[in-house]
Write a protein that binds this ligand. Structure first.
Ligand SMILES: Nc1ncnc2c1ncn2[C@@H]1O[C@H](COP(=O)(O)OP(=O)(O)OP(=O)(O)O)[C@@H](O)[C@H]1O
Ligand SMILES: [Mg+2]
Length: 385
């Protein structure tokens, strides 16, 4: 028996870099190419729109990118990063505060700042969606010296006007200097962007963040355990990988529970017994998670149709939109079913990420398959009682 040292490395929560960032080689490769380009003083080809259901790892990737930027740029001209969420950019002055460097803001006399940022901008930025020309010029010259990577998380919560202004600004800076805008948000983000009236957004680079594959899931759990001298063989791990559904948040829950058990029992090798005990811990957290998701569906009057949809997904994991609409239509009472209603239901379930359209396919799948099972089981219980 050896003592397992240190704190639990797993990070089930929001946005913290996991001990091993698994299965995102493709996205990381794409970002590295862009960083190489902007380090060389060139503009990226387009903004990046990162989208995916909650808990898939969008914020983690933004945090990874923020760290990775340090590897690029030169000592004289390092790349700057700035990150925000829309609620930190409630007015144009706040927006410029995130875009311009601290040095720039420091060197501005307070009276000029007051006038230059607040006065002028509230007139031009918010009303016409066009950025202040003087500040824009300064931002461009700053980016020529220090390229800027601006990360906006939860971008689906932007006001349309705020969003249009930012997209326009990004275009204008990119035309003259290396500037990368990365927007991250729920699957509805892509659609939201098309509604704000910036036609060029269609040419932005879409990066769908989906569940991991089985190998990446196994790596995300095993590598950090091994680093702490804890072993688990493939057969013992297989049910863990399956139960995690390859969903990053559940993967971290599993890792955390297994690590805790190894530490409590001072084990260097995990067996089926610990997997069973860890499952009980994972399940109790997961039930709270499912229950709050179910409540949100209930609040929107979508419980019954979500359960019907879940039943459809029990036999098949992916559907074409038309087939899913047809299946939903068949599940609805006659008086409720018409084409518009079915596509509205589909959109509502997608808004709740109960279903979603992963990247590189036009097929719909479950946001989290086990959540479907939970909603379905609860509905059946409800009918029986
Ligand atoms: N590639 C990965 N490998 C292992 N764990 C990951 C990975 N990506 C994310 N995680 C873990 O998954 C959880 C969710 O990640 P994150 O908060 O980044 O998701 P998100 O997509 O930003 O969710 P939300 O939309 O709710 O903000 C965290 O616990 C994180 O540590
Ligand atoms: Mg996030």
């Amino acid at each position: 028996m050896t003592q397992i040292e240190g704190l639990n490395p797993f990070t089930p929560g929001t946005g913290q870099l996991p001990p091993y960032l698994a299965g995102r080689e493709n996205e990381q490769g794409q970002f590295r190419q862009i960083l190489a380009k902007i380090s060389a003083g060139r503009s990226p080809d387009a903004d990046i729109v990162m989208y995916g259901p909650r808990g898939m790892g969008k914020t983690v990737l933004l945090n990874w990118l923020k760290n990775e930027v340090k590897e690029y740029g030169t000592t004289d001209n390092p790349i700057r990063t700035s990150s925000a969420t829309p609620n930190q950019l409630k007015n144009p002055a706040e927006m410029w505060g995130f875009l311009l460097s601290d040095d720039w803001l420091k060197n501005l006399p307070p009276d000029k700042m007051e006038f230059g940022v607040k006065g002028f901008l509230s007139g031009t930025w918010t009303k016409k969606g066009a950025p202040n020309q003087a500040l824009l010029k300064d931002l461009i010259s700053e980016c020529k010296k220090n390229p800027l990577v601006f990360l906006l998380d939860e971008a689906h919560t932007m006001e349309p006007e705020q969003c249009l202004a930012l997209l326009n600004l990004s275009q204008q800076v990119q035309n003259e200097a290396p500037f990368l805008l990365v927007l991250a948000g729920t699957p509805g983000l892509s659609h939201f962007l098309t509604t704000v009236g910036a036609s060029f957004v269609e040419r932005s680079k879409k990066m769908g963040i989906a569940r991991l594959d089985a190998q990446a899931t196994a790596d995300a759990i095993v590598k950090p355990l091994n680093e702490h001298g804890i072993k688990i063989d493939d057969n013992t791990l297989a049910p863990v990988v399956e139960d995690s559904q390859h969903y990053p948040y559940f993967i971290q829950l599993w890792g955390e529970a297994l690590w805790d058990l190894a530490k409590e029992k001072e084990l260097q090798k995990l067996t089926y017994q610990e997997v069973t005990a860890a499952k009980t811990r994972v399940e109790s957290v997961r039930l709270g998670f499912y229950s709050s998701r179910r409540r949100r569906l209930k609040d929107d009057g979508l419980l019954k149709v979500a359960a019907d949809c879940a039943a459809i997904f029990q036999d098949q994991s992916r559907f074409k939109e038309v087939d899913l609409e047809k299946a939903i239509k068949d599940a609805l009472p006659d008086n409720q079913s018409d084409e518009r209603y079915e596509s509205q239901v589909l959109r509502d379930l997608a808004r709740h990420e109960f279903i979603w359209n992963p990247p590189d396919t036009d097929l719909y799948e479950a946001g989290i398959p086990s959540l479907m099972r939970y909603v379905l089981d609860k509905q059946r219980e409800h009918i029986q009682n």
